[in-house]
Design a protein around this ligand. Structure first.
Ligand code: AMP
Length: 285
């Protein structure tokens, strides 16, 4: 696996491969890798000729009061894991390589970024959309592999790919969980043992919401209430949101209608980590 630090270096290597008509799969990450990230890499390796992974802790997507400076990092371990998972190239630029002096362009996506995490993180998705647009231009993949863990991010990237005519397809990959149901996240390392136990409310609230829908609940407000009741049991964790939205548009819902695909989504702020989780569900009669 080759490690490349600048867009130009990556371009030079990939230009040769693309000229030979290789399919390129791409897995963007912020590092501190776990099985969730590696499941995306393995899928890309299965479905493409060349897999590029990136590690870049993107300053643009962190708010002023967020955890950019203490975001966990473990580059050597990450590189070894990526190599073992079969990645061919690791693109790991420094901030200056992507945002040199004079940089002043931002990509913003509209309505999809307003609700859910966008409400408490108003600048986050513009940071994501800007860096992912740049990475897609630099890598030029046929497919980009993204986790359902960040479902809103997936929808935003899918949208920008369509709107900016980028010739890549966004592939949604399932959430990888710990044995007890907690969605894997680089930020789980910030939880104390007590918070780690309390964090199970995120996935439990989703199960409670899904159970209410299967039992016949059709009012979105009633389902939100069920989920919020569970989130409130977090103790140290402060519930940020418990939402049910149209899985296609992320629009808030009032009444659930049969045949609709809905997204149940939860977020809880612990003292040192804000955690999110979600699941999709088809409403049946
Ligand atoms: P991050 O390093 O947090 O920016 O995540 C990089 C990619 O890995 C994103 O597409 C995430 O959605 C995905 N990802 C993170 N956690 C998981 C997980 N538990 N299961 C599957 N994919 C994940």
């Amino acid at each position: 696996m080759r490690i490349l630090r600048s867009p130009q270096a990556l371009h030079n290597v990939l230009a040769v491969r693309v000229r030979r008509n290789k399919r390129v799969g791409f897995v963007p990450t912020m590092g501190y890798l776990h099985e969730g990230h590696l499941s995306l890499v393995r899928r890309s390796v299965r479905e493409n000729d060349v897999t590029v992974a990136s590690i870049f802790v993107n300053p643009l997507q962190f708010g002023p009061a967020e955890d950019l400076s203490r975001y966990p990092r473990s580059f050597r371990r990450d590189a070894a894991l990526l190599k073992r998972a079969g990645a061919d190239l690791l693109f790991a630029p420094g901030a200056k390589a992507l945002y040199p002096d004079g940089f002043q362009t931002t990509v913003t996506v509209g309505e999809l970024t307003k609700g859910l995490c966008g409400r408490t993180r108003p600048t986050h998705f513009a940071g994501v959309a800007t860096v992912v647009s740049k990475l897609l231009n630099i890598v030029g993949p046929c497919r980009v592999y993204l986790g359902q863990k960040d479902y809103q991010q997936f929808k935003v990237i899918e949208r920008l790919i369509a709107d900016l005519d980028i010739p890549a397809r966004a592939v949604l990959c399932p959430i990888v969980r710990e044995k007890d149901g907690l969605a894997m996240s680089s930020r789980n390392v910030f939880l104390s043992p007590t918070e780690r136990r309390e964090a199970l409310v995120l996935s439990r609230a989703l199960s409670e919401g899904a159970r209410a829908i299967r039992a016949g609940a059709r009012s979105a407000r009633a389902v939100r209430k069920v989920m919020l009741e569970t989130l409130k049991k977090a103790g140290t964790g402060r519930p940020d949101y418990a939402e049910i939205v149209d899985a296609r548009t992320l629009r808030p819902m009032v009444k659930l209608q049969s045949g609709m695909e809905v997204l149940l989504a939860t977020a809880v702020c612990f003292p040192k980590a804000r955690l999110i989780d979600n699941r999709t569900l088809k409403v049946t009669t």
